[in-house]
Design a protein around this ligand. Structure first.
Ligand SMILES: [Mn+2]
Length: 311
């Protein structure tokens, strides 16, 4: 399984595409050419990148038109829905999520971002400013601004900066615009409506908002929760964003796996992501699944025998 130049190529990535997805696709598309398809519009931060790149994508790609399909930063085919993909011969999956469960061969590496994998795949001698911003944006957002970075992250970030003269601040200025008024309101309401339970000294907080679920889950951790869940519902659908702080991740709590397990037990639900950040979504009652998320994480804390003094 090799990426081939000269074939008509379609790039795909996951629902609610993040800067790692968009930045990695932009770079690879620049190098080998092709079209971009997404299941739904990108997340708020990735939208800023799309605008900066003047990147075009389609929400309803015709898969039969292409000789080669490259799926990036996507742990499972469920995360491409409503785009349905068969096991076509020239399907290439590039991913770094430990929850990856494609049955297909995957260019998988345990890296902190997909941007690092595509950079190493191409190993470019030169890199344009936009490419550099895209890759660095993916690396920075997937590592929480280098907090989860390892030595390979820094090697690649350093090479990209050396080859492009792009600095971290320039990327930060693009991806860190002031929060919109509606996001600020959602964050305030999220805190207002939040509740929490305590288990063995750990705080599990949960709340509901209409949008900006991941922003509100991050906020729950910022204000002191060890685990945060933010649910939203739209018509029949619900979406829950989950976050776990670094110390619980180090103790073996993996919210990506917890969500994947919940998703695997029911047909209308899918879940996945990273150890510290993941999404559960599907058709069903949001409150019921919020409670399920809380119950599962409490079980995991208890089963692992984790405990902490309340000081
Ligand atoms: Mn990623």
């Amino acid at each position: 399984m090799r990426i081939k130049k000269g074939l008509s190529t379609l790039f795909l990535s996951h629902q609610n595409a993040d800067p790692d997805a968009v930045g990695s696709i932009f770079f690879l598309k620049n190098r080998i050419g092709g079209d971009i398809g997404l299941p739904d519009p990108p997340d708020e931060v990735a939208k800023r990148l799309v605008k900066y790149f003047s990147m075009e994508y389609t929400l309803e790609p015709d898969l039969s038109k292409y000789e080669q399909i490259i799926v990036i930063d996507t742990a499972s085919r469920e995360q491409l829905r409503p785009i349905e993909i068969d096991d076509v011969e020239d399907l290439i999956v590039i991913d770094h999520h430990s929850s990856n469960h494609w049955k297909h061969d995957v260019i998988f590496q345990k890296r902190t971002s997909s941007a690092e994998i595509v950079y190493d795949l191409i190993n470019p001698e030169e890199i344009t400013e936009k490419e550099a911003v895209g890759l660095l944006a993916g690396i920075m957002t997937d590592t929480s601004h280098f907090r989860r970075a390892d030595f390979q992250t820094f090697r690649i970030a350093s090479e990209i900066m050396e080859k492009s003269s792009v600095k971290v601040e320039q990327v930060a200025n693009i991806i860190e615009k002031e929060r919109s008024y509606s996001e600020k309101i959602c964050r305030l309401k999220g805190i207002q409506r939040s509740d929490y339970i305590e288990v063995n000294g750990y705080l599990v907080a949960y709340t509901r908002v209409k949008v900006f679920e991941s922003s509100v889950s991050n906020l729950l951790l910022n204000v002191g929760a060890d685990i945060g869940f933010t649910g939203s519902k739209r018509d029949e659908m619900f979406l829950i964003s989950g976050r776990v702080n670094a110390s619980l991740v180090d103790s073996g709590i993996d919210i990506g796996k917890i969500f994947k397990d919940i998703g695997a037990s029911e047909t209308e639900i899918s879940g996945g992501g990273h150890e510290g950040a993941a999404v559960l979504k599907g058709i069903g009652d949001c409150d019921k699944y919020l409670k399920k998320c809380v119950d599962h994480s409490v079980d995991h804390i208890r089963k692992k025998g984790l405990g902490r003094a309340k000081n």
